[in-house]
Structures are given as C-alpha cells and as structure tokens.
Design a protein around this ligand. Structure first.
Ligand SMILES: *Cc1c(COP(=O)(O)O)cnc(C)c1O
Length: 371
C-alpha cells in the first residue's frame, strides 16, 4: 500500500478500524436477485419491522408534506416535541429527536464518551452499543449475561472510575429479555450520579407486564437517566428513521448541540405526529404481536425447540447446533430471518413476529427443513 494512504488510514480514530459494521436483515429485493425468486413469494421476518403495513393516517400526513420538499424541515421538531410532551407528560426541553433512535445512541456516545472512558453494557446486548462506543475511541466494558438477560448487579459492579455511560436495553434485542422495576431500582441505587444510564426502550410499547419499569416515569427520580424510544417498531415507521430520547433538560441540551441541525426530515416529523395520534394502529400492532408470538411459541414447542421467552416483537430460537445451514435453507424457501452468530449466538436464529400468514409460511418452511 502507498505509504501516504497507510498513514492516512492509521490516523483514523483507534476504535474505528476494530469495529464490526452493523449487519442488517437481508432486503427482500436482494434475496430475490440472489436466488432468482419472486418478490411476492418472499417473507421477511428479519428486522423487527411492523408487519401491519402503514397506518392510513401516516400515509395522509406524508402526502401532505410533499409540496414542501424544497424547504428544510423544522430543525427543532416543534410539533413532534409538543405531541410527545403531551402524550408522555414530559417537557419539550427534555426531548432530543434523532434519525432513528440509533442516531440518539450515537449522539450520546459523541457527547459523553472518548478515549480513556468506557461504556458498560451486557453480553448479547444490541449491536449498536459497541459500534457507537468504538466509533469515538472509547472502551467497551462488556458484562457476561445471566440466562441471556442483563445481569444488573454484575453490571453495577463493573462500573469503574473510567465509566461514563451504561447502556441497558429493556427489552433487549436479540434476546427479548426484560428486567423488573425492583431490579432496575436496585441497580440505579448503586450507579454513581456521574454515570449516564441509557435505558433503550425500543420495544416498550409491546410490554404489558406490571413489573416492567417504564423509564419515563423514573426521569424525575434520576438526573443521570436517559430513555430512548423509537417509531420504527410498534409505530411502524422503520423506513422514515425517527426516534427520540427523554432526559434531564441539561443532558438534552448537550445532545442537541452535537446533533445535525436537520437530523429528522419533514416526512418523518409529520408521520411521527400522525403515528402518535393513531391509537388504534398501536393497539392492532400489539394484538397482532401477541397472537403471532403465541403462534411461534406453540410451533417451537411442537418441534421441541427451545427459545428465549421474549417481551419484544421477535423471538430467538435455539437449534442446538450451527444455525447457519438452517438459515440458508430458509432463504432458499424465500424466508428471511436473522442469524445472530455476530452476537455470539451461533445456534440461534431471531425471528421477527409477522402476520399470521407470514408466521405460518416460516413455520411450514422450518418443519420441512427439520423433517
Ligand atoms: C430496533 C432497535 C432500536 C431502534 O432503532 P431505530 O434507529 O430507532 O430504528 C434501538 N434499540 C434496539 C434495542 C433496537 O432493537
């Protein structure tokens, strides 16, 4: 390699060369091209997307924005923040909007992490935490999971003088595990006030459990807590990229300084306001998810496959052997699910809950493969 280019590459932030890029679910079009399949015969249960299809109210809101494409969006997201504020009983000044909640996680890393500092998170935790952490040259302080779930006491014990941030996913992806109010409160009691606790609640809308700690309700108690939510899952807006964080206003102020001035576009802003108001869509999403979860659990039991009970809109199933050939066989039958070997779970596949028909297509394909 050219010496100048080598020096240029060596000059990159140290963590960047070491990080593994995020591996997304395979797009339907890509599988259709790879295996010469008809797009209409492909079922994608790989990215925890909402299987309901878009809300009509969302489509109307997007339509209404079309004539304004020449204008920059509202960089402060006034209307969406007002709607969020009314819905969740928080102040607009506590909110940071993001291009998906991934963006917010990145903002947190950029504002609070740097070389010499570390972020604590769990083994099997969401793949964006290592990326955001390493991208700014900070260290990963990874704590072994307990039964695939976050081991909160061990995570509290892992916090050291260099720890600046703790990432918690509740429910976690790809395991679907949750921790309770009691566990969370015991954890927060042990975390020093100078450490920012990021509570990633991307799937909170699906959780019914009364023991589930609703992060937003805890904000008045903990100035070092930041809760992230997304419109990508239960609200059905994955393509539009919109998420948000709620925190102490001074933490929000710092995040809003580092974010791009127009990080959420006008379609996403309008769609999110409409999605928030479409209570019926959210109810339907939840009901469909509950039914689909029961359908898959039943099928796994019938096939004598063990799975990790999940509170999200996906479930990870254990084949007890390398799952890559099973994944390949599913792809050949036009079913896209998510391998999780990159999470250190090579015997598992993660299945997003689809419609009843999509779930059945997956189950039928799996039965044939395992027969
Ligand atoms: C899907 C997901 C997100 C949300 O991603 P977006 O950028 O908002 O689409 C965040 N955290 C976890 C754990 C997720 O699974």
């Amino acid at each position: 390699m050219d010496n100048g280019l080598k020096m240029l590459l060596d000059g990159a932030v140290e963590g960047v060369a070491k990080l593994h890029p995020y591996i997304p679910g395979k797009p339907v079009d890509e599988l259709a091209r790879d295996l010469n399949l008809n797009v209409d015969n492909i079922v994608k249960l790989a990215s925890n997307e909402n299987p309901l299809g878009p809300s009509q109210k969302v489509l109307d809101a997007i339509q209404a924005q079309l004539s304004d494409v020449t204008r920059y969006p509202d960089g402060n997201g006034f209307e969406l923040k007002s709607a969020l504020s009314a819905r969740y009983g928080v102040d607009s000044g506590q909110i940071t909007l993001g291009n998906g909640s991934n963006d917010v996680l990145d903002l947190i890393a950029r504002a609070f992490l740097k070389p010499g500092k570390n972020a604590v998170f769990s083994q099997f935790a969401f793949a964006v935490y290592p990326i955001s952490t390493q991208a700014v040259g900070a260290e990963m302080n990874i704590v072994p999971a307990k039964n695939f779930a976050h081991d909160l006491p061990a995570m509290a014990a892992a916090i050291n003088d260099q720890t600046q941030v703790v990432f918690l996913a509740n429910p976690n992806n790809p395991t679907g595990t949750v921790f309770s109010r009691t566990e969370f409160e015991a954890f927060m009691a042990k975390v020093p006030d100078r450490v920012l606790v990021v509570l990633d609640e991307a799937y909170s809308e699906y959780v019914e459990n009364p023991d589930y700690p609703d992060g937003l309700g805890y904000l008045p108690s903990y100035a070092n807590l930041i809760v992230t939510r997304t419109f990508s899952k239960a609200f059905g807006l994955a393509s539009l990229r919109v998420g948000f964080a709620v925190s102490h206003p001074q933490v929000a102020d710092l995040l809003n300084r580092v974010r791009q001035p127009f990080n959420v576009d006008s379609f996403a802003l309008a769609a999110a306001v409409a999605a928030l108001a479409d209570v019926e869509y959210l109810e339907k999403s939840k009901a469909l998810n509950d039914q689909g979860m029961a359908q898959l659990e039943e099928a796994f039991k019938a096939l004598a496959l063990s799975y990790i009970p999940s509170a999200g809109n996906f479930i990870s199933v254990d084949f007890g052997r390398d799952a890559a050939p099973i994944n390949q066989a599913l792809l050949e039958k036009g079913v896209i699910v998510r391998p999780v070997a990159n999470y250190g779970m090579p015997t598992f596949l993660r299945i997003s809950i689809g419609t009843k028909q999509e779930n059945q297509t997956f189950i039928d394909a799996l039965k044939e493969i395992l027969a």
